[in-house]
Design a binder for this molecule. Structure first.
Ligand code: SPD
Length: 344
């Protein structure tokens, strides 16, 4: 009897500690400026699940936080090479496709990519290229080559990306090397080029590039194509080119980390993002090309594909390469980047 009342008391105390009707939540960790805020509101209204939303600036920042294990997120949106790394390191969990029926809207050409060959861990969200965003009214001549970013005419008039893999990758291409090179001599060339370029750089930025280019604070900038689309929509004098030497093509995809707390909520959110109307609304806000065929139909495929930023010519795509995870050599990239950026 005594035992029973002790049990009843413990139960009562436990129940009192649990908030009645506790709010279901999911935590989402995404790039800055990478979702239409209304999408979050609509999801909350439709599902009753509250979204706790945090942003990061680079794949490397996001990775560090998750790999250290200090943070738990239900949904993250890394890029290709980082997904490859996180799969290898056991930092992602497989997606149960039965719970993501809207994956049917994703163009099959974007599935089973090299970074996730079985499409077990990721759902394509956006994609794009890297290139030069330039102001037609202030450039000396229309850029066609990456060498524009070494032109002293743009001293303190150019913006570079504060993102190690992106900027070093393009520096490798500028030196005539492969953008996935791990050859120490190639990387030394890339480093020397960035050191030489540094006195000409007004700032190393990520999302701030948009306000600065729209406001005419610089003539040229190394950007991701979606940000170019956004800026070109705000300022008619801006244009975008993927230089002739070739570039990076990237894919950002939605994943569930190994230590997610609300997997079923995460799947609901992923499915919501794959819905045609939601993906279309999101595209109109963020500006990045989307792999969602049903959303492109809704937006009007003809108009969507008329943009060479969304739909680059085949000869441009042929010269673009995806970043790969480089294993231990990633450390050399990190070291070089720290040396470059720390003195700025
Ligand atoms: N506003 C941030 C957009 C992020 C785009 N991702 C680019 C990934 C390049 N590897």
């Amino acid at each position: 009897m005594k035992k029973l009342s002790l049990f009843a008391l413990t139960l009562a105390l436990l129940c009192a500690a649990l908030p009645a009707g506790a709010q279901e939540t999911i935590s989402v960790y995404n790039w800055g400026d990478y979702i239409e805020p209304q999408v979050l509101e609509l999801f909350e209204q439709e599902t009753g699940i509250e979204v706790i939303y945090e942003t990061f600036e680079t794949n490397e920042d996001m990775y560090a936080k998750i790999a250290m294990g200090g943070a738990s997120y239900d949904v993250i949106i890394p890029s290709d090479y980082m997904i490859e790394r996180m799969i290898q390191e056991g930092l992602l969990q497989e997606i149960n496709w039965d719970n993501v029926p809207n994956v049917k809207n994703i163009d099959p050409r974007f599935m089973n990519a090299a970074y996730d060959p079985q499409s077990a861990y990721s759902v394509p969200y956006t994609w794009g290229t890297m290139g030069i965003l330039y102001n037609e009214s202030t450039v000396v001549e229309t850029p066609t080559s990456w060498q524009t970013l070494m032109d002293p005419a743009y001293t303190m008039d150019m913006l570079m990306l504060n993102s190690p893999r992106d900027t070093l990758g393009i520096a490798l291409v500028m030196c005539g090397h492969d953008l996935n090179s791990t050859d120490p001599a190639d990387l030394e060339d890339a480093k020397n080029l960035l050191v030489e370029q540094k006195p000409m750089v007004l700032a190393y930025v990520v999302d701030e590039v948009k306000d600065k280019m729209i406001a005419g604070e610089a003539s040229v900038a190394l950007v991701w194509s979606g940000d170019a689309t956004y800026c070109m929509g705000e300022n008619d004098e801006l244009n975008y080119v993927v230089p002739v030497e070739g570039s990076n093509i990237f894919y950002d995809s939605i994943c569930i980390p190994y230590n997610a707390r609300n997997v079923s909520g995460a799947e609901k959110f992923i499915d919501f993002l794959c819905r045609a109307d939601i993906a279309a609304m999101n595209y109109e806000y963020v500006g990045y090309a989307i792999p969602n065929t049903a959303a492109i139909e809704l937006l009007g495929a003809e108009e969507y594909n008329a943009s060479p930023v969304n739909n680059p010519p085949q000869e441009v795509l042929d010269k673009c390469e995806v970043f790969k995870y480089l294993g231990d050599d990633t450390r050399i990239y990190d070291q070089i980047w720290t040396e470059i950026i720390s003195e700025f």
